[in-house]
Design a protein around this ligand. Structure first.
Ligand code: FMN
Length: 162
Protein backbone atom coordinates (compact mmCIF):
# COMPACT_ATOMS: atom_id res chain seq x y z
CA UNK A 1 0.00 0.00 0.00
CA UNK A 2 1.31 3.41 -0.95
CA UNK A 3 0.95 6.62 1.03
CA UNK A 4 -2.35 8.32 0.28
CA UNK A 5 -2.12 10.66 -2.67
CA UNK A 6 -2.74 14.33 -1.69
CA UNK A 7 -4.02 15.06 -5.19
CA UNK A 8 -6.88 12.58 -4.57
CA UNK A 9 -7.88 14.14 -1.26
CA UNK A 10 -10.82 16.53 -1.09
CA UNK A 11 -10.69 19.26 1.57
CA UNK A 12 -8.33 20.15 4.37
CA UNK A 13 -6.56 16.99 5.54
CA UNK A 14 -4.38 15.98 8.45
CA UNK A 15 -1.65 13.39 7.97
CA UNK A 16 -1.24 10.30 10.17
CA UNK A 17 1.49 7.71 9.94
CA UNK A 18 -0.11 4.30 10.51
CA UNK A 19 1.79 1.12 11.37
CA UNK A 20 0.03 -2.03 10.23
CA UNK A 21 -0.08 -5.51 11.68
CA UNK A 22 2.07 -6.85 8.82
CA UNK A 23 4.88 -4.40 9.65
CA UNK A 24 4.15 -1.94 6.82
CA UNK A 25 3.62 1.75 7.39
CA UNK A 26 1.95 4.43 5.34
CA UNK A 27 0.73 8.00 5.57
CA UNK A 28 -3.04 8.39 5.66
CA UNK A 29 -4.65 11.77 4.96
CA UNK A 30 -7.97 12.35 6.68
CA UNK A 31 -10.58 15.09 6.48
CA UNK A 32 -13.66 15.64 8.62
CA UNK A 33 -16.04 15.11 5.70
CA UNK A 34 -18.50 12.30 6.39
CA UNK A 35 -20.24 10.37 3.61
CA UNK A 36 -23.65 9.24 4.86
CA UNK A 37 -24.38 5.53 4.64
CA UNK A 38 -26.72 4.97 1.67
CA UNK A 39 -30.26 3.95 2.69
CA UNK A 40 -31.20 0.32 2.12
CA UNK A 41 -27.82 -0.83 0.82
CA UNK A 42 -25.43 -3.51 2.02
CA UNK A 43 -21.70 -2.96 1.63
CA UNK A 44 -20.11 -6.35 1.08
CA UNK A 45 -16.54 -7.58 0.72
CA UNK A 46 -14.73 -10.87 0.93
CA UNK A 47 -11.12 -11.56 1.80
CA UNK A 48 -8.73 -14.47 1.73
CA UNK A 49 -7.46 -15.84 5.06
CA UNK A 50 -4.88 -13.04 5.32
CA UNK A 51 -7.35 -10.19 4.78
CA UNK A 52 -6.58 -9.41 1.14
CA UNK A 53 -9.74 -8.32 -0.68
CA UNK A 54 -10.98 -10.91 -3.17
CA UNK A 55 -14.47 -9.54 -3.95
CA UNK A 56 -16.55 -6.45 -3.29
CA UNK A 57 -19.90 -5.08 -4.40
CA UNK A 58 -20.88 -1.81 -6.06
CA UNK A 59 -21.86 -0.14 -2.77
CA UNK A 60 -18.37 -0.90 -1.43
CA UNK A 61 -16.82 0.77 -4.46
CA UNK A 62 -19.03 3.83 -4.17
CA UNK A 63 -18.43 4.30 -0.45
CA UNK A 64 -14.67 3.63 -0.42
CA UNK A 65 -14.04 5.78 -3.48
CA UNK A 66 -11.70 3.20 -5.02
CA UNK A 67 -12.33 1.40 -8.29
CA UNK A 68 -12.71 -2.37 -8.21
CA UNK A 69 -9.27 -2.87 -9.78
CA UNK A 70 -7.68 -0.58 -7.17
CA UNK A 71 -9.25 -2.59 -4.33
CA UNK A 72 -9.01 -6.24 -5.41
CA UNK A 73 -5.80 -7.78 -4.09
CA UNK A 74 -5.22 -5.00 -1.57
CA UNK A 75 -5.11 -5.68 2.19
CA UNK A 76 -8.41 -4.63 3.81
CA UNK A 77 -6.51 -2.29 6.13
CA UNK A 78 -6.39 0.14 3.17
CA UNK A 79 -9.65 1.43 4.73
CA UNK A 80 -8.32 1.69 8.28
CA UNK A 81 -9.08 5.09 9.79
CA UNK A 82 -6.59 6.50 12.35
CA UNK A 83 -9.47 7.00 14.82
CA UNK A 84 -10.02 3.22 15.03
CA UNK A 85 -8.29 1.49 17.97
CA UNK A 86 -6.04 -1.44 17.14
CA UNK A 87 -7.82 -3.52 19.79
CA UNK A 88 -11.03 -3.50 17.72
CA UNK A 89 -9.27 -5.26 14.86
CA UNK A 90 -7.37 -7.59 17.20
CA UNK A 91 -10.78 -8.66 18.54
CA UNK A 92 -12.15 -9.07 15.00
CA UNK A 93 -9.28 -11.33 13.92
CA UNK A 94 -9.28 -13.38 17.15
CA UNK A 95 -13.04 -13.95 16.81
CA UNK A 96 -13.26 -14.87 13.13
CA UNK A 97 -9.99 -16.81 13.32
CA UNK A 98 -11.66 -18.97 15.97
CA UNK A 99 -14.51 -19.64 13.53
CA UNK A 100 -17.00 -17.25 15.14
CA UNK A 101 -19.04 -14.27 13.94
CA UNK A 102 -17.81 -10.76 14.84
CA UNK A 103 -19.82 -7.58 14.73
CA UNK A 104 -18.89 -4.02 15.47
CA UNK A 105 -19.03 -0.37 14.48
CA UNK A 106 -16.30 0.71 12.11
CA UNK A 107 -15.12 4.09 10.85
CA UNK A 108 -13.45 3.74 7.47
CA UNK A 109 -11.33 6.21 5.52
CA UNK A 110 -12.16 6.81 1.88
CA UNK A 111 -9.71 7.30 -0.96
CA UNK A 112 -10.55 11.04 -0.85
CA UNK A 113 -9.69 11.26 2.89
CA UNK A 114 -13.31 11.46 4.03
CA UNK A 115 -14.91 8.83 6.24
CA UNK A 116 -18.03 6.71 6.70
CA UNK A 117 -19.41 4.64 9.56
CA UNK A 118 -20.77 1.12 9.17
CA UNK A 119 -22.12 -1.66 11.33
CA UNK A 120 -20.15 -4.68 10.15
CA UNK A 121 -20.82 -8.39 10.58
CA UNK A 122 -17.77 -10.48 9.68
CA UNK A 123 -18.01 -14.26 9.29
CA UNK A 124 -15.51 -16.95 8.37
CA UNK A 125 -16.14 -18.82 5.11
CA UNK A 126 -15.69 -22.48 5.97
CA UNK A 127 -15.21 -25.26 3.44
CA UNK A 128 -14.59 -28.87 4.46
CA UNK A 129 -14.01 -27.71 8.01
CA UNK A 130 -11.31 -25.22 7.00
CA UNK A 131 -11.50 -21.42 7.02
CA UNK A 132 -10.89 -20.36 3.42
CA UNK A 133 -11.61 -16.64 3.81
CA UNK A 134 -13.92 -14.10 5.42
CA UNK A 135 -17.00 -12.09 4.41
CA UNK A 136 -18.08 -8.73 5.82
CA UNK A 137 -21.63 -7.47 5.35
CA UNK A 138 -22.22 -3.88 6.48
CA UNK A 139 -25.42 -2.02 7.25
CA UNK A 140 -26.31 1.53 8.14
CA UNK A 141 -25.51 2.12 11.82
CA UNK A 142 -27.84 4.13 14.04
CA UNK A 143 -26.46 7.55 15.00
CA UNK A 144 -26.76 6.73 18.70
CA UNK A 145 -24.58 3.60 18.28
CA UNK A 146 -22.06 5.61 16.27
CA UNK A 147 -21.91 8.17 19.07
CA UNK A 148 -21.33 5.38 21.61
CA UNK A 149 -18.57 3.95 19.39
CA UNK A 150 -16.90 7.37 19.04
CA UNK A 151 -16.70 7.72 22.84
CA UNK A 152 -15.54 4.14 23.36
CA UNK A 153 -12.85 4.33 20.65
CA UNK A 154 -11.44 7.60 22.05
CA UNK A 155 -11.04 5.80 25.40
CA UNK A 156 -9.55 2.67 23.80
CA UNK A 157 -7.07 4.70 21.74
CA UNK A 158 -5.97 6.70 24.79
CA UNK A 159 -5.08 3.40 26.50
CA UNK A 160 -3.19 2.18 23.43
CA UNK A 161 -0.93 5.20 23.26
CA UNK A 162 -0.46 5.36 27.03
C1 FMN B 1 -13.78 -9.66 5.87
C2 FMN B 1 -12.98 -8.54 6.51
C3 FMN B 1 -13.42 -7.24 6.37
C4 FMN B 1 -12.70 -6.18 6.94
N1 FMN B 1 -13.17 -4.91 6.77
C5 FMN B 1 -12.45 -3.88 7.23
C6 FMN B 1 -12.87 -2.54 6.98
O1 FMN B 1 -13.92 -2.28 6.39
N2 FMN B 1 -12.08 -1.54 7.44
C7 FMN B 1 -10.91 -1.78 8.12
O2 FMN B 1 -10.22 -0.83 8.49
N3 FMN B 1 -10.51 -3.04 8.38
C8 FMN B 1 -11.25 -4.08 7.95
N4 FMN B 1 -10.83 -5.36 8.20
C9 FMN B 1 -9.67 -5.55 9.10
C10 FMN B 1 -8.35 -5.35 8.38
O3 FMN B 1 -7.96 -6.57 7.80
C11 FMN B 1 -7.23 -4.89 9.37
O4 FMN B 1 -7.09 -5.81 10.42
C12 FMN B 1 -7.51 -3.51 9.99
O5 FMN B 1 -7.74 -2.54 9.01
C13 FMN B 1 -6.37 -3.01 10.90
O6 FMN B 1 -5.17 -3.04 10.24
P1 FMN B 1 -3.94 -3.93 10.80
O7 FMN B 1 -4.52 -5.25 11.21
O8 FMN B 1 -2.96 -4.03 9.69
O9 FMN B 1 -3.38 -3.15 11.97
C14 FMN B 1 -11.53 -6.43 7.67
C15 FMN B 1 -11.09 -7.75 7.82
C16 FMN B 1 -11.81 -8.80 7.26
C17 FMN B 1 -11.33 -10.22 7.46
Amino acid sequence: MNDMDPSQVAGKATAHRLAYFNGNQRTVLVTDIETAYPEGKLIVSRTDTLGFVTQCNQAFIEMSGYTESEILGQPHCILRHPDMPKAAYADLWATVGAGKKWHGYVKNVRKDGGYYWVHAVVVPNVRDGQIVGYTSVRRKPSRSKVNEAIALYVEMKAKESA
